[in-house]
Design a protein around this ligand. Structure first.
Ligand SMILES: [Zn+2]
Length: 56
């Protein structure tokens, strides 16, 4: 399911921890204990985002 803007954000709690695991629409992943920090990271895209799968 995608949003109207085509951007996909996904945030899950890591089971058994207080750690949030987020995936940006660009494929970058980030972990944080603070939901606000997680949102700031997502909104800062592409700052600090390093999608995996680009083998350079
Ligand atoms: Zn991103």
């Amino acid at each position: 399911m995608t949003s109207r803007t085509g951007e996909i954000y996904r945030v899950d709690w890591l089971p058994g921890t207080d750690v949030l695991h987020g995936t940006c629409h660009c494929g970058a992943e980030h972990t944080a204990q603070d939901p606000i920090e997680m949102w700031e990271w997502m909104l800062a895209h592409p700052d600090g985002h390093a999608p995996r799968g680009n083998g350079s």
